[in-house]
Design a protein around this ligand. Structure first.
Ligand code: F0G
Length: 357
């Protein structure tokens, strides 16, 4: 039988010169990364923005459907290199899905702590199917993270939340891809903010790539929290965070300080958007652009809409919005809009009657 070489294209192989890996690092990969940068057709038109190009960095097309895979390939590879036997994370759903997938791939035990009742179904089923031991805590993400920090303190179990620096290292490669695609960094980069690891990672990536001579400019980082879970905007932790964007339902982000640094060093901002604005943005990108992202991802789009309405973006600017996860993750939310369902007879007349062009 003829054998075909399958080219491995994960982010660690692709960007190893910028990552803390050696020849001895076993690379645990699902060929994550290399996600598309999609030019928006409808949004600039809708907002009346002339000469502004908006791109979606669609991270929902990673192997487990979110940007977490970039950080997880790195964190799990380093855990295996260090001889770990088990990993653990707290999660609003995507980190747990990703940790479970990469852990099972290399035979590591995986424990995930998730807030009971506040995790999208698609994410929960991933943790189950990838075989993680799934603990639903009667509390929120912030409480889960505190528990995980305690449990991993003695080093017997490796923590794979984004306070593990390898997670940030892997996630910064999304910035590299954007610069590689555009030939230069954009003027603005908009991104949802939850535990604040990703905005930290993107900013690190942009800075490192500039230093390496890959781009001249740096973007202004625009972070968006959900209004009911906006500790960084408010300047204090939120004890009972609420938002329908459950992925970013976080009241005390672990990477708070580095998110503020990304904001300030870049000359950007961190603002908040309401659940209503998130919902509108979520529907807009699905219904008008054909890009289906989860509610938390739509927070970045909602933020851009909010700023555009205040004439924030000048002509000639380029702007990238990270869509962090797939819309398929949250079927309950997707099906909550009372879309009409037409049940008809299985005959041509019935179809003809229903199809009026
Ligand atoms: N978007 C999605 C879809 C997410 O899952 C998350 C975080 C974020 C945005 C925010 O990213 O935390 O780096 O600021 N999800 C984590 C999780 C908390 O457990 O899956 P962040």
């Amino acid at each position: 039988m003829k054998e075909y070489a399958v080219k491995r294209t994960g982010i660690v192989e692709r960007y190893q010169e910028y990552l803390p890996v050696t020849d001895k690092t076993p690379i645990i990969s699902l060929n994550e990364g290399n996600t598309p940068l999609i030019l928006s057709e409808a949004l600039p038109k809708e907002l009346g923005l002339k000469g502004v190009r908006i791109y979606y960095k669609f991270e929902g097309l990673n192997p487990t459907g979110s940007f977490k895979d970039r950080g997880m390939t790195m964190a799990i590879s380093k855990a295996v290199e260090a001889g770990a036997k088990a990993v653990m994370c707290a999660s609003t759903g995507n980190t747990s899905a990703s940790a479970a997938a990469y852990a099972c791939r290399c035979g590591l035990k995986c424990f995930v702590l998730i807030p009971e009742g506040k995790i999208a179904k698609g994410k929960l089923l991933q943790a189950f199917r990838y075989g993680a031991k799934t603990l639903m805590i009667k509390g929120n993400f912030d409480q889960a993270l505190e528990l995980v920090k305690e449990m991993t303190k003695d080093g017997k179990i490796t923590l794979v939340n984004s306070i593990n620096p390898y997670r940030i290292e892997g996630q910064k490669t999304a910035s590299f891809e954007i610069v590689d695609d555009l030939g230069e960094a954009p003027e603005y980069h908009a991104i949802p903010v939850g535990n604040a690891g990703n905005i930290t990672a993107y900013w690190k990536g942009y800075k490192e790539y500039q230093k390496a001579g890959k781009s001249e400019v740096l973007p202004k980082m625009l972070g968006f929290q959900a209004a009911g879970s906006a500790p960084i905007v408010l300047g204090h932790p939120v004890a009972n965070p609420e938002t329908l964007a459950t992925a970013i339902r976080i009241g005390n982000p672990a990477s708070w300080q580095s998110a503020v640094a990304a904001r300030d060093e870049s000359g950007g901002l961190i603002d908040m958007v309401t659940d209503e604005e998130i919902t509108k943005a979520y529907r807009f990108i699905a219904e008008r652009e054909g890009v289906f992202a989860e509610p938390a991802s739509a927070a970045g789009v909602a933020g851009v809409i909010k700023l555009a309405q205040k004439n924030f973006f000048k002509e000639g600017t380029r702007l990238v919005i990270t869509l962090t996860g797939s819309g398929l993750k949250d079927p309950d939310f997707a099906l909550s809009f009372e879309d009409p369902v037409y049940t008809i007879e299985a005959d041509l007349d019935a179809v003809r009657e229903a199809v009026q062009v």
